[in-house]
Design a protein around this ligand. Structure first.
Ligand code: ADP
Ligand code: ADP
Length: 231
């Protein structure tokens, strides 16, 4: 079944002579439980597309359906785990407090939350750092905290906007493998992963939406059928 249906979506910022068309008539489907990458050069509208799917901004025209509802409804229902290019963490909270925040906001019982946080910290290899503050960690570790937080409440949708863009190559490769194993151990999780790296898209994805810049259009939708590294 289709989890996300993007239909003829356009997005224009501003109006008149200064209007910028970020997305022009974009359409594609994301099958439920799949790993889809959006690949394209800088400025082709990838981040805009993610904000639209996440319900953070409205489309100018066209429709996006997420699990049969609107992005805004799904955002309010906390269906999305979101990871941005730069980790957004609270420096005065410990690693485990950061990871547990969505569960706390959702009012989950403390014991259950604590167990879930520990499990996620183990998955991203940060169990020994649970009492640290984000500023005491490297960039790669901070990004792993963000990923753990986005996954703590087992969101049906994981939206990631160039999450490894700021990492060095070795950390990046380790994180790619970790992400695939986390995804494989959470069946049913649908991932939309934004990247400008062809190799990253090919390594990670079931389906790749290739975009062109100015204006942001879909050039091609490619289904990938390659064995992927799993741990
Ligand atoms: P990408 O993520 O592929 O680099 P973006 O979605 O960030 O692309 O941007 C696509 C285009 O939309 C760019 O030309 C950018 O300048 C423009 N854009 C994005 N957000 C805004 C905004 N809030 N206001 C005006 N223009 C914007
Ligand atoms: P507010 O509505 O008060 O602006 P939220 O309740 O939306 O704040 O979220 C506060 C923080 O909790 C976010 O900055 C984020 O770190 C975390 N959070 C909430 N919802 C999610 C989510 N769906 N995915 C990842 N983190 C989330």
């Amino acid at each position: 079944p289709t989890a996300v249906a993007v239909r003829g979506v356009s997005k224009t910022f501003g109006n008149g002579a200064s209007a910028v068309t970020a997305l022009d008539d974009v359409s594609f489907d994301v099958p439920q439980g799949s790993f889809l990458s959006v690949l394209g050069p800088s400025g082709c509208g990838k981040s805009t597309l993610m904000r639209l799917v996440a319900g953070l901004q409205p489309a100018s025209t066209g429709t996006i359906e997420v699990a049969g509802g609107t992005p805004d409804e799904m955002r309010r229902a906390r269906e999305f785990g979101i990871v941005f290019q730069q980790p957004v963490l609270f420096d005065w909270r410990t690693v485990e407090q950061n990871v547990g925040l969505p569960l706390q906001i959702m009012g989950r019982p403390k014991g259950e939350a604590r167990e879930r946080v520990e499990h996620m910290l183990e998955l991203v290899g940060l169990s020994d750092f649970r009492k640290h503050r984000p500023w005491q960690l490297s960039g790669g570790m901070q990004q792993r905290v963000s990923i753990a937080r986005a996954l703590t409440f087992a969101p049906p949708f994981l939206l990631m906007d160039e999450p490894f863009g700021a990492l060095d190559m070795m950390t990046r490769e380790r994180m790619q493998t970790e992400l695939l194993s986390i995804w494989a151990s959470n069946p049913g999780t649908t991932v939309i992963f934004i990247t400008h790296s062809i190799s990253e898209a090919v390594l990670l994805s079931d389906r790749i939406v290739v975009m062109s810049a100015r204006p942001g259009r879909v050039l091609k939708v490619i289904d990938v059928d390659l064995p992927r590294p799993r741990t």
